[in-house]
Design a binder for this molecule. Structure first.
Ligand code: NAI
Length: 329
């Protein structure tokens, strides 16, 4: 079984190589991302393994199908980068629905605490023997209202963490469930009443720009926005406007709408072409991490194990329980 593995990073090799050997899978590891220009690298393979910023549009799907490839194994949970309607009936798409909701939820809380307690500032100051506390005043999380959008696997863990901090929890989900200590409200009410908003829903046409120019005026003044889900949930220009007008008190971003060509790469020697991202990063109350919320050893192990399991199941039985079906959309 030969699989073309796109967007390979050193930590992928650490977890995938030993498992592939055991399973008898031959991975061809490519550092490049999958897109229309690179898809030909998959020729001669039986399947393709891709990640969050690979482009799997109609042209890429047609090229894969023409090469006789029948399976795309996503080594992530989200599948917004795949044209699922075009793939239907031609290419089986499997994913890793859950590898560690704790990794992402804990990162969301790490970003929040770092931001509101100014840990990132303190780290830089004390390295320079600057022990001043000026402009370092934070606020307690205890008693504050957190609004969680999307109470699936990650949103629930985040809610549990917030409970531990003694926060009041509001939630909005298209399909609410009964969760202890969580009050489901309309999205409008959540946006108006929350001191902190954390996004944990998938990116769909409906959720795109959930935080945008229209919603900006109704946000509570000084709200902290956390996004560890997908960049497209926030209109970055509206976010910048909200930061500049002081409506938004702080932003913690692990994802960014235009992250595709930037995140996961060392661009430190280059001029950043994206003015909005450059301006956001320059703000004292914005923290950006490079789509790393998933990056724990536990999650990487689970991703490799499930992906290899998905491929084995597909090639042995023609089926896989982690297939993405159109009904998921
Ligand atoms: P999940 O599928 O368990 O939960 C998603 C929840 O969102 C569900 O309860 C669903 O009903 C709800 N939902 C769907 N559409 C909605 C809408 N329009 N408005 C409000 N709620 C809506 O997914 P999980 O595992 O909790 O992951 C959430 C998101 O986190 C994923 O979609 C993915 O984009 C992102 N993610 C980010 C990672 C990172 O490294 N930053 C890693 C893993 C996931």
């Amino acid at each position: 079984m030969k699989i073309a593995f796109f967007d390979t990073k050193p930590y992928d090799l650490t977890y995938f190589e030993p498992m592939a050997e055991e399973a008898g899978i031959e991975f061809s590891f490519y550092e490049t991302k999958l897109n229309e220009r690179t898809v030909s690298l998959a020729r001669g393979c039986d399947g393709v393994c891709a990640f969050v910023n690979d482009t799997v549009n109609a042209a890429v799907i047609d090229a894969l199908v023409d090469m006789g490839i029948r399976i795309l194994a996503l080594r992530c949970a989200g599948f917004n980068n795949v044209d699922m309607r075009h793939a239907k009936g031609k290419l089986t798409v499997v994913r890793v629905p859950a590898y560690s909701p704790y990794a992402v939820a804990e990162h969301a809380m790490a970003l929040l605490l770092t931001s509101i307690r100014r840990i990132h500032k303190a780290y830089i100051r004390t390295r320079d023997y600057n022990f001043s506390l000026n402009n370092m005043v934070g606020f307690d999380l205890h008693g504050k209202t957190v609004g969680i959008v999307g109470t699936g696997k990650i949103g629930r863990v985040f809610a549990d963490i917030c409970k531990g901090f003694g926060m009041k929890i509001l939630a909005y989900d298209k399909y609410p469930s009964a969760l202890d200590g969580v009050t489901y409200v309309t999205l409008d009410r959540l946006l108006r009443e929350s001191d902190i908003i954390s996004l944990h829903c998938p990116l769909t046409e409906e959720s795109r720009h959930l935080i945008g120019h229209e919603t900006l005026p109704i946000l509570k003044k000084g709200v902290v926005i956390i996004n560890t889900s997908r960049g497209g949930l926030i209109n970055a220009e509206a976010l910048l406007e909200g930061i500049k007008s002081r409506r938004i008190g702080a932003a913690c971003l692990d994802v960014y709408e235009e992250e595709g060509d930037l995140f996961y790469e060392d661009n430190s020697g280059h001029i950043l072409e994206d003015d909005v991202l450059a301006r956001l990063i320059s703000m004292p109350n914005v923290i950006v991490t490079s789509h790393q919320a998933f990056l724990t050893s536990d999650a990487l192990y689970n991703i490799a194990e499930t992906t290899v399991g998905n491929l084995m199941a597909f090639f042995e039985t023609g089926k896989c329980e982690n297939e993405v079906l159109l009904s998921h959309l």
